[in-house]
Design a protein around this ligand. Sequence first.
Ligand code: FES
Length: 143
Amino acid sequence: MRIVVARLDEFLPGERRIVQAGRRSIGVFRVGDRFYAINNHCPHQGGPLCLGATKPWVTSAGPGEYAMAAEDSLLACPWHGWEYDLATGQSFLGPGTPGVRTYEVSVEPGERVPGPYVAETFPVHIEDALVVVDTTSRAGGAP
Ligand code: FES
């Protein structure tokens, strides 16, 4: 099943959308110019995972030293705070617990696809400050 989530220009970095795919609820996240999609069901106790806060990865080279990644690509469940990698669904609490399912996200041209029907159209002219429709001929596009 393919789901159109949003127009690219209306889905800004840092935003998320939660969409329904049949019985599944899926959160789609824009992190910078990358998109992630992850199941909105926490495997711990079923919390609404995609309502949680996003956070950056934190790494440490040693005691007292840490660095935070530039982008928030971890998702914390709002119920108990388990964190999941948005790209893989892998959790980092509860060893042995399966990760969350993730999905491919693509950005595609938003072109309109012509449907099977064509309504009749007519050319419109302006004549002496009057808007005039000419029903004796067809406007462009219709056969
Ligand atoms: S239900 Fe998500 S961390 Fe517990």
